[in-house]
Ligand binder design. Sequence first.
Ligand code: 4AD
Length: 449
Amino acid sequence: AGDDAKRLEEAKSIKLVNDESLGVATKPNLIYIPISGWVHNLRVQGKDMMFLVLRDGTGHLQCLLKGRVCHTYDALTLTRESTVKVYGMLNEVPEGKKAPGGHELVVDYWELIGRAPSGEENYENQFNEESNPEVLYNLRHLVIRGDRASSILKMRSIIIKAFRSHFESKQVTEITPPLMVQTQVEGGATLFGFKYYGEEAYLTQSSQLYLETTLPSVGDSFCIAESFRAENSHTRRHLSQFSHCEAEYAFIEFDDLLQNIEDMICGVVEAVMNDPIGSQLLKELNPDFKPPSRPFKRMPYTEAIAWLNERNIINEKTGQPFAFERRMTDTINEPIFLCKFPVEIKSFYMKRCADDRRLTESVDVLMPGVGEIVGGSMRISDYQELMDAYKREGIDAAPYYWFTDQRKYGTCEHGGFGLGIERFVAWLLNCYTVRETCWYPRFPGRCQP
Ligand code: 4AD
């Protein structure tokens, strides 16, 4: 300890100058670079050698500090998550040694930019894999710096990019919808209300109704926007705010809708697997992932109920298919188009089946491990049918005048769907909960950080 204190004291007087470095930059096959980043990992080897792994969001780089550059006060007191700028030669790692990307920066000059705390406040003392989930949610802003969380966030970005490219390739136009609205889409029970300059307003549950109004304007359209649900359910697949990828298509039939959904899911999976970073992250996060085979299994709702009854799987609590559809999907273990739900358990806007007016042209996509990731349907195209639907559901038609106008000014057969990005990511990466696949999860009791 005495030795260390002496070294630390001496180190304060060591001033590094950028003296012997720049000359070698001209050597062939060697690159001299400056890199700024966060100290992701720190390993001291004896008095004269120190390995840093720097993180800058694009990747990790191992840096080797040898001799004078690791004798400074800043080097001796360096902590995880400090920010530094290093200068040096980029080399391949010596034979038999491993480093991210197979490279190593041999540092001949470096500067400390921001010192992260040591001691009790040290990053590494804040949490670990076994910490209580509450601690991890409180420290989410620090947790997202970790390998797993940052890889999932990266993957989310690659997946969202793939959704956008898919729609672009099909000439579907992106819109950005209003999130503060005065109409409900998926039932009054899950609305977040607030005062909007003294008027009653809500955070949107879905942008579907707005997307329907852009069909006659820009044609088939989609959005990737936040939706909100005041769902008082503490499950691993419900959030109070989620990223909702929704699309709407004009002049289609129910079969086209199913085809569009299948094309999108398979297209996005393929794009992610063809992306160099996407494929690498997928291998790390979910090495057993197999792309789903096509066509997806189609199962009418009535058949699903029969399947469940045969196996005595009954949901005593709710009487709804919701809770046990996951068991069915996990048993069948492939994507399922669960189709044609009864009118009474679905939303007001859904079109009825021509051959059985008790059923709707609706679909949920169920995925093993997660359950429902997509909800979609054909929409009511007839004015009077829509007016009847408002009445049946006890909805005041007045605030929906702009939506109702779509059925007056040139109606058409149309349909669409919504896909929860967090559930899709959870499925693709085999994550236990959607709380892990969003940036800052919102659920009952959690609106921080
Ligand atoms: O089935 P939902 O409620 O359908 C709609 O909102 C339609 N208006 C969409 C449309 O047709 N444009 O929600 C669609 C999807 C679900 O399948 C699920 O993936 C996701 O949105 N979702 C949620 N994800 C996380 N937490 C919640 N509370 C969610 N509620 C829905």
